[in-house]
Design a binder for this molecule. Structure first.
Ligand SMILES: NC(=O)c1ccc[n+]([C@@H]2O[C@H](COP(=O)([O-])OP(=O)(O)OC[C@H]3O[C@@H](n4cnc5c(N)ncnc54)[C@H](OP(=O)(O)O)[C@@H]3O)[C@@H](O)[C@H]2O)c1
Length: 255
């Protein structure tokens, strides 16, 4: 009879010891991303505006995985709050290694229907707030820092009318990402952008009035799940030699 030793092989969680901030982490893609980053070892801060309870639930789920978590009210439309979320995360969790710029508002409609207030709000949340968060993060991120920004498949292919303002805001993030990659590469900090296709969330429910047409635009013929975007964001949060890149997680919407 041969003796058998029992070997337990434990792989360290790839993001163990890292601190991540996910803006708009109370619901949808942001919530799925926060949970995924925690599963991979990170301590996580999430921001919200109205969804305090949902954000606290996400933070609770992160803590249940043995990680630290904090839910912060921070409106990306407010410049002080957009940058302040970075500072508050660092204060609460001891630094910042991963910034996920996820929060956004989607305002769609015919060009002539979009008011100046619409333009200002969408650009404030989707572009200015992201810029300011990146600026604040870059000031404190150590070598190995990761910036992952959530763009949209509408930067690659606009499937119909009504997307002028939203597509404008999301396209700006590609320019920001590439410029950040160049600016921060010397410090070992990466910046990448992920372009989701139609993903089943409150912003774009898979049973919504325009859902069938969106699903038909994809090669896979279906909506994606928030977790399917989160897995790519998490991969980029751990990837050391990928920067300035765009990733479509869109079921082939751009194919
Ligand atoms: N779903 C899609 O089909 C799709 C497709 C392409 C790209 N995207 C992009 O994916 C990202 C996430 O979208 P989602 O579908 O998960 O959206 P969602 O379900 O509507 O969730 C939006 C999240 O952003 C937060 N938020 C909204 N306005 C904010 C503000 N002014 N400041 C800070 N946080 C704010 C919300 O917080 P509260 O809970 O407090 O309101 C919530 O956590 C966005 O960048 C979106 O443009 C989505």
């Amino acid at each position: 009879m041969t003796s058998q030793a029992t070997h337990t092989v434990t792989t360290p969680a790839p993001l163990e010891g890292k601190v991540a901030l996910v803006t708009g982490g109370s619901r949808g893609i942001g919530a799925a991303t926060a949970l995924r980053l925690a599963r991979e070892g990170a301590d996580v801060a999430v921001t919200f505006v109205n969804g305090k309870e949902a954000a606290e639930d996400v933070a609770g789920a992160v803590r249940a995985m043995g990680r630290r978590a904090v839910a912060l009210r921070a409106d990306g439309a407010d410049p002080n709050e957009a940058a302040g979320a970075v500072r508050r995360t660092a204060e609460a969790l001891g630094g910042l290694d991963v910034l996920v710029n996820n929060a956004a508002v989607g305002v769609l409609g015919p060009l002539e229907s979009l008011s100046l207030a619409d333009v200002d709000r969408v650009l404030a949340v989707n572009v200015r707030g992201v810029f300011l968060a990146c600026q604040a993060a870059a000031a404190i991120m150590p070598e190995g820092g990761r910036i992952v920004t959530v763009g949209s498949c509408m930067t690659q292919r606009v499937p119909g009318p009504g997307g002028t303002l939203y597509a404008t805001s999301k396209a700006a993030l590609t320019g920001l990402t590439k410029a950040l990659a160049r600016e921060l590469g010397g410090r070992g900090i990466t910046a990448n952008v992920v372009h989701p296709g139609p993903i089943d969330t409150d912003m774009n429910p898979a049973d919504g009035p325009f859902a069938a047409g969106q699903a038909a635009m994809t090669a896979l013929g279906r909506f994606g799940a928030a977790e399917e975007v989160a897995s790519t964001v998490a991969h980029l949060a751990g990837a050391s030699y990928v920067t300035g890149a765009e990733f479509s997680v869109d079921g082939g919407h751009a194919a």
